[in-house]
Design a binder for this molecule. Structure first.
Ligand code: NI
Length: 223
C-alpha cells in the first residue's frame, strides 16, 4: 500500500467517522431552526410577546396548565367565540389594529391567528382520525401573520370564521368514541399527540390568547 493510498484511506476514514457528527450537526441545525419558527414554544417568545424562553415541552405544560384545575376542555372551547365577540365589541378598529409593542401582535392579529389555528386543529384531528399515527406538520405562525395579511383581516370576520369552525369541531368531539380520543398523530417536533391532548391544548391556547387580549384592551391605570 503506498503512502498516497494510506493518506486517502485516512481521509476517507475520517470522513466516515465524521458522518454521524455531521448528521448530528445537521439535525441540531434543523431542529433549532424549526423550534424558532413553528407552532411550539420558541415562537411564543418571538410572536406572542412573552419574554420567557420556552422549550416545546414547557410550552405544552403552560398550555395544559390553563385547564389544570380539571376544567372540561370542550366546555372551555365552547365558550371562546362568545368571549372574543364580547371582548372586541365596540372597540374602535384602530385600537384593535394597534400592536402593544413593535414585536407583539395586535388584537386583530391574535383573533386572525385563533381563526387560522382552528383550521390547523380541524385538519390535524381529522387527519389523525382518518389515519391514526399520521405525521403532523408544524407551521410557522409568524409567517402566516405576514403571508396571509393578518394586518388587513377584519377582526369580526376572523371571529366568525373561528366560531363556525369551532362549532363544527365541537360537534365532531361529541361524536367520538372513547377509542378515537386516544388516537394520535406524530407532531414533527412535539412527538405523539392524541386527539384528547390536542383538544386540551387548544382549550389552553384559547385561554392564553383571551388573557392576552384582555391585557391589551384593559384601560390604562392612572399614574
Ligand atoms: Ni397562539
Amino acid at each position: 500500500m503506498s503512502v498516497v493510498d494510506n493518506q486517502a484511506e485516512r481521509q476517507i476514514g475520517f470522513l466516515l467517522r465524521s458522518l454521524p457528527l455531521l448528521r448530528l450537526f445537521q439535525n441540531w441545525h434543523i431542529s433549532t431552526t424549526i423550534v424558532a419558527t413553528n407552532d411550539s414554544g420558541r415562537i411564543v417568545q418571538r410572536g406572542e410577546g412573552t419574554t420567557m424562553k420556552e422549550t416545546p415541552q414547557e410550552y405544552i405544560q403552560r398550555m395544559l396548565g390553563y385547564t389544570g384545575g380539571g376544567e372540561n376542555p370542550a366546555k372551555v372551547q365552547a365558550a371562546t367565540a362568545k368571549k372574543l365577540t364580547k371582548l372586541i365589541k365596540g372597540v374602535p378598529a384602530a385600537k384593535l389594529k394597534k400592536r402593544p409593542a413593535p414585536e407583539k401582535w395586535s388584537v386583530q392579529e391574535i383573533v386572525a391567528h385563533l381563526a387560522d389555528t382552528e383550521i390547523v386543529g380541524s385538519w390535524r384531528i381529522r387527519a389523525i382520525l382518518g389515519a391514526p399515527g399520521t405525521p403532523i406538520q408544524a407551521f410557522d405562525q409568524d409567517a402566516w401573520v405576514t403571508a396571509t395579511h393578518y394586518a388587513k383581516r377584519d377582526p369580526r370576520q376572523a371571529v366568525e370564521q373561528f366560531r363556525v369552525l369551532r362549532e363544527a369541531n365541537l360537534a365532531l368531539y361529541k361524536s367520538l368514541t372513547p377509542e378515537q380520543w386516544k388516537h394520535h398523530g406524530m407532531h414533527s417536533e412535539r412527538g405523539e399527540e392524541t386527539v384528547e391532548h390536542i383538544v386540551r391544548m387548544f382549550a389552553g391556547h384559547d385561554l392564553n390568547h383571551i388573557a392576552q387580549i384582555e391585557k391589551i384592551l384593559a384601560p390604562k391605570k392612572a399614574k
